[in-house]
Design a protein around this ligand. Structure first.
Ligand code: 5AD
Ligand code: SF4
Length: 459
C-alpha cells in the first residue's frame, strides 16, 4: 500500500480558470453503493478545489460526470441510457464536457463501447483517478481531444482528499478499498482491485473531524470491513478499529458495512455489545441458504456457520436487527436450494433484505456456469421470497409499537409537517415535528406500524 497526500493542483486550476469566462459548474451523479457515493463526494470536493461550483440541473452544467456502478447489468444499462440522453445537450453546447468514471469504466469493453458508440463523451477515468481529475480536465481543455483512459491498476491510498459531503449530519467514512474475496458472481474485485486498508491514524483523524463538525451518524465503509487491517504495518483488526473510534468522546453513533460472514467474528459481536455508540444492527449478506450454492458462489462459509454467528449476536445484543443481501437464481440454483434460502430467512428473521436476481457478469466464473432456469422462473421465486420477507418484517415492525426510541431526524416525510427519523435498527419512523430538528437526535414514541414504516410522536 502506497499512502500519498492529496495536493492542490495550481497549474490545473489556472488552466480551468482561464478557459471559462465565469466560474464553471459541475453536475456529478453517483450510481450504486455507498462507497461509490462517497467517491462522488470526493469528486465534488476535488472539483471545487479546482475552481468548479456545483449544480443540480444537467442544463446548467459545464461539466457532467457520471460516477458509475457495474455490479449488475441493469445498473450498466441504465447508465448507457442516461449517457445517450446527453447527446442533445452536447449538441446545444459544444463546450460542455461529459465524463464517465467509476466501476463501469474499469472494464476495457465498456471503455471501447464509449469510444465507438458515444463520441460525445470527452473523459473516461477509472475508480482510482479522482485526485488526478483536475489535471485530466486541464489536459482536455488545452488539447481538445477526447481522453479515454484504459483502466489502471493503481493502488495508492490517497489521504486528505477534499470531500463535499451530501449531508451535514450523516457521513461515509471509508476504512478500506477493494476486495480480495472473488465471490464467483461478483465483478467488484475485478474493477475495484485488491484490498488495501487505511491507516488507523488517518481514519481516526477523519473521524474526529466529523464528530467535531457535528456529524451524528458515521458509517464505516468497505467491501469487506472484517478484513480491515490486513497488510498494514500496525497490528489492528476491525474490532480493534471500532474500539479505537468508540474511545472518542462526542454525540454520535457508528454504523458499518459490509461484513462478510466468513470473516465476521464473535469478537466483533462482543465489541458491538460493549459500545452503545455502535448501532444494534448488523448487515450480514448471506446470499443463499444452500451450502451447495454458497460453495459455488465461493463464499467460504456454510448456512450453519452463518446461523451460529446470528444466534450469538441475538444472545449478546438484545434487540439487535439484521439485514442481508440475497441473490435469487444463481446459475443452477434448484427449487430445493431456493427453499433452503427461504428457510434461512425464516430462521434469522431479517428486518430488511436487499434482494437481487442473479445478473451475469462477463469475466466472472459464474458467467460460465450452466443456468437452466429462465428469467421467468427466477422472477417467480423472487416474488415468493419477498412475500415471506414482507410478513417477517411487518411482524418485527409491529413489535416496536408502544415503545420510545432515540432517532436521528433525517428530513421531511411526504406528509405535510411530518419528519422522518431513523432508529438504531435502520427503520424509519414518521412523526410531526419542527424542521429545526433535522440533523438532531429526538426521542420518538412509536404508535403504529404500516408494513415497515413506523408512525410515532415526539416523546
Ligand atoms: N448478480 C446479482 N447480484 C449481485 N450482487 C453482486 N454481484 C451480483 C450479480 N452478479 C449483489 C450481492 C452483493 C450486493 C452488493 O450485490 O448480493 O452483496
Ligand atoms: Fe463482491 Fe463478494 Fe467482494 Fe462483496 S465480498 S464485493 S460480493 S466479491
Amino acid at each position: 500500500m502506497n499512502r500519498i497526500d492529496f495536493s492542490h493542483d495550481t497549474q490545473a486550476a489556472a488552466v480551468i480558470a482561464s478557459y471559462y469566462d465565469a466560474p464553471p459548474l459541475a453536475y456529478v451523479h453517483s450510481y450504486g453503493c455507498q462507497q461509490n457515493v462517497n467517491d462522488g463526494e470526493k469528486i465534488k470536493g476535488v472539483l471545487m478545489d479546482a475552481g468548479f461550483g456545483l449544480c443540480n440541473k444537467l442544463e446548467d452544467a459545464d461539466l457532467i460526470l457520471f460516477n458509475t456502478c457495474a455490479v449488475r447489468e441493469h445498473a450498466e444499462d441504465r447508465v448507457f441510457g442516461n449517457v445517450g440522453a446527453l447527446k442533445s445537450l452536447k449538441e446545444a453546447n459544444p463546450k460542455l464536457i461529459i465524463g464517465i468514471c467509476g466501476c463501469m469504466t474499469q472494464q476495457p469493453t465498456v471503455v471501447e463501447k464509449l469510444r465507438k458508440s458515444y463520441p460525445f463523451v470527452d473523459l473516461v477515468f477509472g475508480v482510482n483517478g479522482i485526485d488526478t481529475l483536475p489535471a485530466l480536465l486541464a489536459q482536455k481543455l488545452q488539447g481538445g481531444k477526447r481522453l479515454l483512459q484504459t483502466p489502471s491498476e493503481r493502488y495508492d491510498v490517497v489521504e486528505e482528499m477534499p470531500v463535499r459531503r451530501d449531508s451535514s449530519f450523516r457521513a461515509w467514512l471509508p476504512i478500506m478499498y477493494g476486495c480480495d474475496n472473488f465471490c464467483s458472481y461478483c465483478i467488484v474485485p475485478h474493477v475495484r482491485g485488491r484490498e488495501r486498508s487505511r491507516k488507523s491514524a488517518d481514519i481516526l483523524a477523519e473521524f474526529r473531524r466529523l464528530v467535531a463538525g457535528g456529524y451524528k451518524e458515521i458509517t464505516l465503509l468497505g467491501q469487506n470491513v472484517n478484513s480491515y487491517g490486513k497488510g498494514l504495518e500496525e497490528n489492528i483488526d476491525f474490532a480493534g478499529l471500532l474500539e479505537l473510534l468508540c474511545a472518542e468522546p462526542g454525540d454520535y453513533h457508528i454504523r458499518f458495512m459490509t461484513s462478510h460472514p466468513k470473516d465476521a467474528t464473535f469478537r466483533l459481536i462482543d465489541t458491538m455489545a460493549a459500545h452503545p455508540q455502535i448501532c444494534r444492527h448488523l448487515h450480514l449478506p448471506v446470499q443463499s441458504g444452500s451450502n451447495r450454492v454458497l460453495a459455488a458462489m465461493n463464499r467460504r462459509y456454510t448456512a450453519e456457520k452463518y446461523l451460529e454467528l446470528i444466534d450469538y449476536a441475538k444472545e449478546k445484543i438484545p434487540g439487535i436487527t439484521f439485514s442481508s443481501d440475497i441473490i435469487v437464481g444463481f446459475p443452477g440454483e434448484t427449487e430445493e436450494e431456493f427453499e433452503e434460502t427461504l428457510e434461512l430467512i425464516k430462521k434469522v428473521e431479517y428486518m430488511q433484505l436487499f434482494t437481487f436476481i442473479y445478473s451475469k457478469r462477463t469475466g466472472t466464473p459464474a458467467a460460465e456456469m450452466p443456468d437452466p432456469y429462465t428469467h421467468k422462473d427466477k422472477t417467480a421465486r423472487m416474488a415468493r421470497l419477498l412475500a415471506v420477507q414482507d410478513e417477517i418484517a411487518a411482524r418485527l415492525a409491529r413489535q416496536l409499537v408502544g415503545k420510545s426510541y432515540r432517532v436521528l431526524v433525517e428530513g421531511h416525510a411526504r406528509q405535510e409537517g411530518a419528519l422522518t427519523g431513523r432508529l438504531d435498527n435502520n427503520l424509519i419512523v414518521e412523526f410531526a415535528g419542527d424542521s429545526a430538528l433535522i440533523g438532531q437526535y429526538a426521542q420518538v414514541y412509536v404508535e403504529d406500524a404500516r408494513a415497515t414504516v413506523l408512525k410515532g410522536r415526539l416523546d
